[in-house]
Design a protein around this ligand. Structure first.
Ligand SMILES: O=C(O)c1ccccc1NCC(=O)[C@H](O)[C@H](O)COP(=O)(O)O
Length: 214
């Protein structure tokens, strides 16, 4: 059985990046979206990524990014993937992948089974699908709000791309989420925070332990 991939998202300080590495995370997420309490500038991403061993992925989390933003982030030479968390179409995802030559992840906002079925459109356009809870209309953020969707919606659905589960995961429910969905990758943000945007070293450690009990 292959090892569970764990992405800790919304990191912004050296100590919490260090905690995620020590805890065994396979992927670290850096949110570049000014409205987010987790927003980090390109220079911060460069500095934080410099402490990350090469075998751990560094993922930029973006919302409908324009090409000039992507150019600026790619120039940091710090990233191994781009996570698109807005309303990017399959065509836009494919164009970003082709132009910037990095794996593209597409976040799929899920409320119903139809949302999961519609993700098929990203086959050939994205490299990974991240199923996340749909945030309410008018919400400030399209992710990172600690909301979960009905995990049983993923049961029995053929998913043609590598994929991950996100949305409302935490220390107390991550094992159940993995059991129900069989997710090969999990992603967490607010479930390892003490306040919006403030990651907790202790919670990061506890989450990774809960996700992969020995
Ligand atoms: O986390 C943010 O602030 C954010 C802002 C804008 C777009 C996406 C964002 N987060 C995306 C993530 O990958 C989160 O880890 C994911 O939505 C799960 O968040 P949570 O439910 O808080 O664990």
């Amino acid at each position: 059985m292959s090892r569970l991939a764990i992405k800790i998202c919304g990191l912004s300080t050296p100590d919490t990046v260090g905690a995620a590495i020590k805890a065994g995370a396979s992927h670290l997420g850096f949110v570049h979206f000014p409205k987010s309490p987790r927003h980090v500038e390109a220079g911060q991403i460069r500095a934080l990524a410099a402490q990350v061993p090469a075998h751990i992925d560094r993922v930029a989390v973006l919302v409908d990014p324009a090409d000039d933003i992507l150019t600026q982030l790619i120039a940091t030479n710090s990233l191994t993937a781009l996570q698109l968390h807005g309303r990017e179409s399959p065509e836009r995802a494919a164009a970003i992948r082709q132009r910037f030559n990095l794996p593209v992840w597409k976040a799929i906002s899920v409320k119903t089974r139809a949302d999961i079925d519609a993700a098929k459109a990203y086959s050939g356009a994205a490299d990974l699908l991240l199923f996340d809870a749909k945030t309410p209309d008018g919400a400030a953020l399209p992710g990172g709000m600690g909301l979960r969707f009905d995990w049983t919606l993923l049961r029995g659905v053929p998913i043609s791309l590598p994929w991950g589960l996100s949305g409302g995961l935490g220390i107390d429910n991550v094992a159940e989420a993995i059991r129900i969905t069989g997710a090969p990758m999990i992603d967490v943000s607010s479930g390892v925070e003490s306040a919006p945007g403030i990651k907790s070293v202790d919670k990061i450690m506890a989450f990774c332990k809960a996700a992969q009990p020995s």
